[in-house]
Design a protein around this ligand. Structure first.
Ligand SMILES: *[C@@H]1O[C@H](CO)[C@@H](O)[C@H](O)[C@H]1NC(C)=O
Ligand SMILES: *[C@@H]1O[C@H](CO)[C@@H](O)[C@H](O)[C@H]1NC(C)=O
Ligand SMILES: *[C@@H]1O[C@H](CO)[C@@H](O)[C@H](O)[C@H]1NC(C)=O
Ligand SMILES: *[C@@H]1O[C@H](CO)[C@@H](O)[C@H](O)[C@H]1NC(C)=O
Length: 458
């Protein structure tokens, strides 16, 4: 009688130990993502050897299909994953991958039965509720074929007569169910896996509340916890292990001016103009457009970019609202492309880190005041090596086309995930609730990422 008891005790202890280890591992993983970084997220790392610029770009045959001239396509159910925490078929937001936008997973997903799907010509249909014109697309399969999607067995329609039978109803900017759709939906929802998706690129200050807050299954927006994340632009490394390269150029060369800003809306509610004006007290800031003294015509944007590229070391890429993941500034990517160091204000520092190359920009929240920021910029201005250390990412990856339609189509083929009912319990709260936007800095916000209590998935 004694031995089994001891045995039981040992088993119990063993299980406890395993559970403990498991918990600790998960804790580490979560904790690692939640620090607000110092000024530089990584020091120039001498252990990671810098690749010379000559070998910078992989050949087309070695590039995944969504890179420029990339030729590497996923095969059905290929176990592709850049991140060991994310099984390749996890395409929807999940607590365990709350920091990931899953874009690459979605781009590389092909269902394991895709051969049969193709052979039997099963096509998924997407109804564009607001019409084709609003999306600048044509009816049918064109957009999937011309985008060379790995999964292209989908078609677009604007035929309202098909509302009962389509696989997805896609709304743009606002959800306005007609009586017909909602009554049909109530009946159909019992036995179909029809998906209602809302696409939205505005920040919460400019959107209306939904009157049916639990009607939305999937969302498409810039938010990283959207079902289909649609950022203005997204940086992807060719190889996650190579994030820096020796550059063959001095990015400070011939630049005589310091900070530039092109801006037309002077009434932003996040205080960006006040910030810039205070910065101006401590370092030279040239403000072009309605809020400043200088002019650069919007009619000739190329000329303004050229000016930026040749003369300036820094560019203010300030959003007009500070909201979760809201990064719309086209100048951010333009500045990066043109060898100017952007200073960003808007989304949380972690949100920028998820989208842009490491050490390619400076976030204002890393400084106590505009004066502190100005002092650091003066240091960079005087030290070309330090300034150039913000350009070592060049040549290690690309800002990719995130192929929205391809990802929608691939996801509609993921039977594993479609089997579970998935919808937002309260879309309004998720989209515009507390902690989504802030008027000032993010320094008092520690928890960002997906709040699992807001999505119902069972
Ligand atoms: C609409 O699409 C066509 C072809 O894809 C493209 O040439 C055109 O610039 C687009 N128009 C707008 C307004 O985006
Ligand atoms: C800097 O100026 C010199 C002399 O005008 C010119 O030869 C050189 O190409 C310029 N460098 C850059 C990066 O523009
Ligand atoms: C879509 O959302 C509705 C609630 O609005 C839910 O009843 C249905 O099961 C969801 N469908 C899927 C496929 O998740
Ligand atoms: C942030 O926290 C600091 C103290 O931790 C406080 O002084 C400050 O007022 C807070 N700012 C906001 C915007 O809540």
């Amino acid at each position: 009688m004694r031995i089994p008891t001891i045995k039981r005790c040992i088993y119990f202890a063993l299980i406890c130990a395993l559970l403990l280890i498991f918990r600790l591992t998960i804790k580490d993983y979560e904790g690692a993502d939640q620090q607000i970084g110092p000024v530089r997220t990584t020091e120039i790392d001498s252990s990671q050897h810098l690749k010379p610029p000559s070998s910078s770009e992989p050949t087309s045959a070695k590039k995944l299909w969504f890179f420029r001239n990339g030729e590497l396509y996923p095969s059905p159910a290929m176990e592709y994953s850049r991140n060991m925490y994310i099984p390749y078929y996890w395409l929807l937001p999940d607590l365990r991958l709350s920091q990931s936008d899953r874009i690459v997973n979605q781009l590389m997903y092909v269902p394991d039965d895709y051969g049969d799907v193709k052979a039997s010509r099963q096509i998924k249909t997407i109804l564009l509720y607001n019409g084709l014109l609003k999306w600048n697309v044509t009816k049918g399969r064109d957009v999937f074929v011309s985008d060379k999607c790995p999964v292209d067995t989908c078609q677009l329609t604007d035929d309202m007569g098909m509302v009962e039978d389509v696989d997805m109803i896609l709304y743009k900017d606002r959800y306005t169910p007609t009586a017909k759709v909602s009554s049909v939906r109530r009946i159909r929802a019992l036995y179909t896996s029809q998906i209602t998706m809302l696409y939205n690129l505005e920040c919460p200050f400019n959107t209306l509340e939904l009157n049916v807050p639990n009607a939305i299954n999937w969302t498409a927006s810039y938010r990283r916890d959207s079902s289909i994340v649609t950022p203005y632009s997204k940086w992807v490394y060719y190889d996650d292990n190579v994030q820096q390269r020796v550059q063959d150029r001095n990015y400070a060369e011939n630049k005589t001016k310091k900070v530039a800003w092109f801006v037309s809306n002077c009434n932003a509610d996040n205080g960006r103009l006040e910030y810039a004006l205070e910065l101006q007290q401590h370092i030279e800031v040239d403000i072009y457009g309605a809020c400043g003294k200088l002019k650069c015509s919007r009619v000739t944007p190329e000329k303004c970019f050229k000016l930026l590229e040749t003369d300036y070391k820094f560019y203010l890429a300030f959003e007009n609202s500070n909201c979760k993941d809201y990064i719309s500034e086209k100048y951010l990517v333009n500045a990066l492309d043109r060898g100017v160091l952007p200073i960003v204000m808007g989304a949380h520092p972690q949100d920028y880190a998820a989208l842009a190359p490491h050490d390619s920009y400076i976030h204002v929240d890393n400084f106590g005041s505009p004066k502190d920021l100005a002092e650091y910029l003066m240091v960079l201005d005087a030290d070309d090596d330090l300034y150039n250390s913000y350009f070592l990412w060049k040549g290690t990856g690309e800002f990719i086309n995130t192929h929205f339609w391809c990802r929608v189509c691939a996801m509609l083929h993921n039977k594993v995930q479609l089997k579970k009912p998935y919808f937002y319990k309260d879309y309004n709260d998720w989209w515009g609730g507390p902690n989504v936007c802030t008027k000032g800095t993010w320094n008092n916000f520690t928890k960002v990422g997906l709040d699992p209590s807001q999505v119902h998935s069972s």
